[in-house]
Design a protein around this ligand. Structure first.
Ligand code: SAH
Ligand code: SF4
Length: 469
């Protein structure tokens, strides 16, 4: 029997608060003789970017006007990331840098939200910073209007970090920065508990959105002119498992692929333990699904993979790659990899290098292991020194640069279909192929946001260079 779909939307009460804030902002704007400005900044993954777009949607409805100038802002919000220590330290540094702005303008309101604040030790620490007005976790986005109202009307400092489940949000107002690319969250949370990772602790368990809702959102985006749509989840391969529906992520890909229009579909992230032959067969047979799979391997050593609780071996990973390559011509793979996981020996690290060498990734997101509170890996014996991590990291980057160049060189002389994303001053355009390779070319005609054929002349490890045909 199918399980209930959990979902959350803004209640009419929250819309009332939005209206009340709009009134406050209108009056404030009359007094100031200028708009009331807000600024938001996102740290971390696409999931966080997508959450910020929803917060921005609410702020826009509240009557705020967006600025990128901190000294002009009346309200500043940082949406934070807890995945790595480095990201957290960056947030602390940047929050500290707001103190002079608050001193200059005591009316400035500062809010911090997101994954970092689902960790009680961080929320407690930050709650003692008197210049922070509002703190809320990922699960409290749904009460953002109410908390903002209490802050703006009563000047009350608020900390809302309930530990409830992370339920997908539906029908939220959304303000998208980009007119070409859009993210669609298909599921929230993660059930995997990789031993190094804080995500399941801060985002809660997996909850899938209903296929009807996802398909409707994609349809709407296509109608609005978006051409590059990414389906998001921590592990899209377990999509709908929590709902016990006879429907999986491949079925969803087929459904969105069948929608009319000239657009592309991307997806991330695929956990190798749940990547099926059906997924690769589906990518091979779909027209709009990009021939690119982000498949994080994390380590090439079976011993480390087991300690990481990843539930696959390097050989199984390589089998998936081989199957994908056989079924999907010119498919590209990107991946995440961690160096310096506790107890990683030179031999384990060499196994990681060997795996990179044999796959030939188009791109790698490379991380040095950082201990996260309350995760098993943080208290494992055999933590690796900073120096060794940094040294291995450099060697890994050097190898990846060679290996990406080798992969990219295969495309020299070919004509590839490129979706054009941006342009620099000298008419140099940048876009992506459907297998996720960055392509630079010049054009006298404005080709932004369109698909164009580009004949590839040269390859570098970060991009291809060519001429529009
Ligand atoms: N759900 C995705 C990853 C989300 S986190 C997946 O399973 O692939 C993004 C990446 O951050 C991870 O793939 C991992 O490579 C890295 N990461 C997570 N925790 C980390 C830690 N404690 N130290 C270093 N890198 C980490
Ligand atoms: Fe973290 Fe693993 Fe879940 Fe990815 S699958 S979010 S790495 S616990």
């Amino acid at each position: 029997m199918a399980a209930d779909i959990l979902e959350c939307r803004l209640s009419s009460l929250q819309y009332d608060y939005i209206e009340k804030i709009r009134n406050i902002n209108e009056k404030k704007s009359e007094i100031l003789g200028r708009p009331v400005y807000c600024l938001t900044h996102t740290y971390g993954c696409q999931q966080n970017e997508n959450d910020t777009e929803k917060i921005n949607g609410m702020l826009e409805m509240m009557g705020f006007v967006f600025t990128e100038d901190r000294s002009m802002a009346d309200f500043i919000l940082f949406n934070t990331c807890a995945v790595r220590e480095h990201a957290e330290q960056k947030v602390f540094g940047n929050v500290g840098a707001l103190v002079p702005y608050k001193r200059k303008n005591p009316e400035l309101r500062i809010a911090l939200c997101g994954c970092m604040f689902q960790q009680p030790h961080i929320a407690e620490k930050v709650a003692s910073y008197q210049y922070i007005d509002l703190i809320f976790g990922t699960h409290a986005m749904i009460r953002f209007p109410e908390n903002m109202y209490r802050l703006l009307s009563e000047g009350e400092r608020i900390c809302d970090i309930s530990q409830s489940e992370s339920v997908p949000l539906e029908d939220m107002p959304v303000r998208r920065e980009n007119k070409l690319k859009a993210w669609v969250t298909v599921m929230a949370g993660c059930n995997n508990f990789c031993s190094y990772c804080v995500v399941p602790h801060v985002r809660g368990r997996e909850h899938s959105r209903s296929p009807e809702k996802v398909v409707a959102e994609v349809k709407h985006l296509v109608a609005e002119g978006y051409k590059d749509i990414t389906l998001l989840g921590q592990n899209v391969n377990s999509y709908c498992r929590d709902l016990a529906l006879d429907y999986d992520f491949s079925d969803l890909l087929r459904e969105v692929d069948a929608l009319p229009g000239d657009f592309r579909i991307r997806f991330m992230t695929s956990h190798p333990k749940d990547a099926t032959k059906k997924l690769f067969d589906t990518v091979a047979s779909c027209q709009k699904v990009c021939k690119h799979i982000h498949l994080p391997f994390q380590s090439g050593s079976d011993r480390i993979l087991e300690l990481m609780n990843r539930k696959y071996t390097a050989a199984q990973y390589l089998e998936l790659i081989a199957y994908g390559r056989k079924k999907i011509p010119d498919v590209s793979f990107t991946s995440d990899v961690i160096v310096g996981f506790p107890t990683e020996t030179e031999e384990d690290f060499q196994a990681t290098l060997d795996l990179i060498e044999s796959v030939g990734f188009n791109g790698l997101f490379t991380f040095q292991y950082s201990p996260r509170k309350n995760t098993p890996a943080a208290v494992m014996e055999g933590q690796i020194s900073k120096e060794i991590k940094a040294e291995r990291f450099e060697r890994l980057l050097a190898l990846q640069n060679q290996s990406a160049l080798r992969f990219h060189s295969r495309f020299v002389g070919k004509t590839l279909r490129v979706l054009v994303e941006s342009v620099q001053e000298n008419q140099v355009y940048t876009g992506r192929t459907d297998n996720n390779i960055i392509v630079n070319f010049t054009s006298e005609k404005n080709v932004i946001n369109t698909f164009v054929p580009v004949k590839i002349k040269t390859a570098k490890n970060w991009a291809l260079f060519g001429e529009i045909v």
